[in-house]
Design a protein around this ligand. Structure first.
Ligand SMILES: [Zn+2]
Length: 189
């Protein structure tokens, strides 16, 4: 039974359940890595220093406390039709932070994962465990600002760190998102 394959098309349409305990566990594992902890601390220091005066840092930038606050507000939902935006091949769309801590309606939306080939349920669950934790970290960081820190604010902050690639040109939200997310993911190694 567990070896039955789910086709790519079936997986694309499947609304895989959100498990906030699994997301929190995966975020705990990631922020427990020294590189990740250092990158997040530096990122939030730079962003909060340059943010609007009322967009202050939530819970002193403790991502697990911020995630728990989101859970007491609008929580985490799975939504987003896959493939409508070329955000990233693995996480095409649907990933976003909604509302804000300040307005008591902070939420996180996580889109579907489209596997590259047919997968068993266990394999798909493993992809979601890893993917949801990573997206959860990115979207929780948006809620580190009481009024939400934007992808542009994060991208600018990353570009001022030593040794980082140049900021993408133009004002494309997805280019900014992809730019700082790449460095966040590098810190997970
Ligand atoms: Zn973002």
């Amino acid at each position: 039974m567990s070896q039955v394959k789910i086709s790519v098309e079936e997986a694309r349409e499947m609304i895989f359940p959100i498990d906030t305990n699994i997301i929190r566990e995966e975020m705990t594992r990631l922020i427990g890595k020294p590189n990740c902890a250092a990158f997040v601390r530096e990122l939030l220091t730079r962003v909060s220093e340059n943010a609007a005066p009322d967009n202050t840092l939530v819970a002193e930038g403790d991502v697990l406390k911020i995630f728990d606050l989101v859970l007491t507000q609008n929580g985490v939902i799975r939504a987003g039709a896959p493939g409508s935006l070329p955000f990233s091949p693995q996480f095409p769309t649907g990933n976003c932070a909604t509302g804000s801590i300040a307005t008591n309606n902070a939420g996180i939306q996580i889109g579907n994962i489209i596997p590259g080939a047919p997968v068993t349920h266990d394999e798909l669950a493993a992809l979601y465990r890893r993917g949801d934790g990573r997206v959860g970290m990115h979207e929780t960081l948006h809620h580190a600002g009481r009024l939400v820190y934007s992808d542009q604010e994060f991208a600018i902050a990353v570009s001022t760190m030593p040794g980082m690639p140049a900021l993408p040109g133009g004002h494309n939200k997805f280019a900014f998102s992809q730019y700082w997310d790449r460095e966040l993911r590098n810190s997970f190694r």
